[in-house]
Design a protein around this ligand. Structure first.
Ligand SMILES: Nc1ncnc2c1ncn2[C@@H]1O[C@H](COP(=O)(O)OP(=O)(O)OP(=O)(O)O)[C@@H](O)[C@H]1O
Length: 223
């Protein structure tokens, strides 16, 4: 269950909206009757101890985890079925907690170009987008590296580059600075801050939260 509702008094239509969201896993309620509104430019941080449901919330908002009850509207569109969510996984980019869930390679460059290719860009334009995203996160030198030959932190950056290469309007980021050394974490924090993008971020990183959060939502400890 939630401790703090995430609401906003901004007048524009929320980019991410959830009403009465309830999700259970293995028969146990993870959270119930959660309301969320995230407007353009906001950076909502989802906080809470391990197992509180931060990842589950992000995944349910993009249709990767089924909800028990509630209503989700993304970019002004009602989302109920996979066919509703699928076209929005691009305009709304998701960084999963486990980079292995989204790195398919074979090389870092090809992986980052995959999303733009899928969006219909020609190969040269997709590659240009991918290179731009790799440079943005600071791993241009890893472009030709096989994704399976990356460290955990490098995988994190490669996965983030793949998300940014799709030029999303909204980011859902699950522990974006996990596995990163202090310098890389600081760089990514700066990249995210300067992006101006709307985002929902699950994180335990106090420095990231302090620099980026415009609002916070705390989930209860699991019972
Ligand atoms: N794939 C899954 N199948 C079944 N249950 C799951 C799955 N993933 C997570 N859970 C359960 O759902 C609950 C919420 O987990 P979740 O990963 O969302 O928490 P979290 O707040 O993101 O935790 P952490 O801070 O450790 O990443 C936990 O009880 C967890 O055991």
């Amino acid at each position: 269950m939630t401790q703090g509702a995430a609401s906003s008094s901004l007048p524009d239509t929320p980019l991410i909206e959830a009403r009465g969201l309830s999700v259970s896993r293995r028969g146990r309620t993870v959270f119930g009757k959660l309301d969320i509104d995230v407007h353009a430019g906001e950076r909502l941080f989802v906080l809470g101890p391990c197992g509180a449901g931060k990842s589950t919330l992000l995944q349910s908002l993009l249709g990767f985890v089924a909800i028990d009850a509630g209503h989700i509207r993304l970019l002004g569109r009602d989302c109920r079925r996979e066919a509703d969510f699928a076209p929005l996984r691009g305009p709304i980019g998701m960084l999963f907690q486990d980079s292995n869930d989204q790195l398919f390679g074979p090389t870092v460059l090809e992986d980052a170009a995959f999303g733009p290719l899928n969006q219909g860009l020609d190969p040269a334009a997709a590659q240009a987008r991918a290179i731009e995203a790799l440079l943005q996160v600071g791993i241009g030198d890893l472009a030709e590296r096989p994704v399976h030959a990356l460290s955990g932190g490098e995988q994190r950056l490669a996965a983030l580059a793949g998300v940014l290469a799709m030029q999303p309007r909204v980011l859902l980021l699950d522990e974006p600075t996990a596995s990163l050394d202090a310098r890389s974490a600081d760089h990514i924090t700066t990249v995210l801050a300067s992006s101006g993008l709307t985002m929902i971020v699950a994180s335990h990183d106090d420095a990231l939260i302090a620099r980026l959060a415009t609002r916070r939502l705390s989930l209860d400890a699991p019972r």
